[in-house]
Ligand binder design. Structure first.
Ligand SMILES: [Zn+2]
Length: 426
């Protein structure tokens, strides 16, 4: 099985890719000019920040960055594109031939290109509206090789990619779209325009199963373009769009070549690598640490700041707690007090936490593990089915963990750890 991806994300720039209009604006058609509306005679000028971000992403993904990059026109007619072409990159994109490690598997990055978003089409029953605010918003397209061989690797790849983009300042919650190429047998099926990580994974899951069924029944998988129906969670054949060979691509003479030599790329942060390294160096759970820092710059900074000074497990527990209550600017003394409590197994509620934050002395009591074990045993006696349920789905204990956390103000992870021991019969 082979899966390849084309991911599109919007770049965090104030202005659009080829003009000085604001990249985001609420009121429809309020942030437009002759350039982003594609009026005849208007001349695009490249946004240098978008170029810098494109190069930064390319470098973070280990791509080669050409000394000179250029732009092309992808010619097609559609109402969202009045100038009848989209400006994109073909011959010399910002990056090519890179790799990204996901769960120990190396995924090839074929190319990374800058391009403009077309206008937004709003279809009503009797008419269609066009909003040109989106026209010209800078996008980056990341095209992988078909190196992804399972749903698990697809998930790992998306997490890894999003974390790198997050630390480069990209708002990954704003726009994250992908086209998927999946071939279980020889024929390649393309699923166009899927929005959001969950849908991308669900679409892949469905499509792999659908193709496997056809192959098991000795049927041929037709090579086609499909789309994902989010409500039904299925893929369906869609109108054939032109393939790349059918588009007319021509060099864009309005935009000259641009040198990448003097571009200062943003430094990439590989949070998952850092999490793995620290988990082994400071003896903590790699998964928990990764979950905390992959998409949280403040948390990573706190880990960096205090990793040598405090025990990592208590540090993670304390930061999780601060995050839960939205406190990310705690001072050293208050942090030391909180860590003392958490390392003794205590899990302060919001009121206690605010006291600590405000500099008050709060007594840290050692949690009585025997009492917790007794509480858990009694809960299991009252709800014997929970052991079975937990083995099927570890989340089944969440309610019980919540109850005991509240009652004893003990850290939920301590309860989870005790439960694991109890359920394992130790
Ligand atoms: Zn404009």
């Amino acid at each position: 099985m082979k899966i390849g991806l084309e991911v599109h994300v919007a770049l965090p720039t104030d202005s659009k890719l080829f003009c000085s209009c604001k990249a985001y604006s609420e009121e429809p058609n309020s942030s437009i000019c002759p350039i982003c509306m594609g009026l005849p005679g208007s001349k695009p000028m490249l946004n240098e920040k978008a170029l810098m971000l494109g190069v930064s992403i390319a470098k973070a993904l280990g791509c080669k960055v050409p000394e000179k990059i250029s732009f092309s026109r992808k010619v097609y007619f559609y109402p969202d594109l009045p100038k009848s072409y989209q400006i994109t990159q073909v011959d010399a994109p910002v990056g090519h031939s890179g790799t990204l490690e996901a769960d120990g598997v190396s995924i090839g990055i074929r190319r990374i290109q800058l391009e403009e978003d077309p206008a937004k089409i709003i279809r009503e029953e009797e008419y269609t509206l066009l909003d040109f605010n989106r026209s010209g918003v800078p996008l980056v397209e990341i095209v992988t090789e078909p190196d992804i061989k399972s749903e698990a690797i697809l998930r790992a790849f998306l997490t890894e990619l999003k974390s790198i983009l997050y630390y480069l300042g990209v708002d990954i919650n704003k726009e994250f779209k992908a086209d998927l190429n999946i071939s279980v047998a020889e024929q390649r099926v393309e699923i166009k325009n899927i929005t959001g990580t969950k849908n991308i994974i669900d679409a892949a899951k469905y499509e792999i199963e659908r193709q496997n069924k056809l192959v098991s029944a000795n049927q041929k998988v037709p090579s086609e373009t499909r789309s994902y129906n989010e409500a039904k969670m299925i893929t369906v054949p869609s109108r054939e769009k032109e393939s790349d060979e059918e588009y007319g691509f021509i060099y864009d003479p309005d935009l000259s070549e641009y040198s990448t030599a003097s571009i200062k790329a943003k430094k990439a942060v590989f949070a998952s690598r850092i999490a793995k390294e620290y988990a082994s160096k400071y003896k903590a759970n790699a998964q928990t640490l990764a979950e905390l820092v992959l998409f949280n710059r403040d948390a990573l900074e706190m880990i960096e700041r205090w990793k040598e000074k405090y025990e990592m497990k208590a540090l993670i527990g304390s930061i999780e707690l601060l995050e839960k209550y939205g406190i990310m600017d705690i001072n050293e003394r208050a942090m030391a007090r909180l860590l003392d409590m958490v390392s003794k197994g205590s899990y302060p509620d919001k009121e206690t936490l605010m006291k600590i934050y405000g500099g008050e002395e709060v007594e840290a009591k050692q949690i009585d593990i025997k009492l917790i074990d007794k509480e858990i045993s009694e809960y299991i006696k009252r709800n014997p089915r929970i052991v079975e349920e937990y083995r099927k789905n570890p989340k089944a204990i969440n309610f019980m963990v919540g109850e005991i956390t509240k009652k004893y103000k003990v850290h939920p992870r301590i309860i989870s750890e005790r439960l694991n021991l109890i359920f394992a019969g130790k």
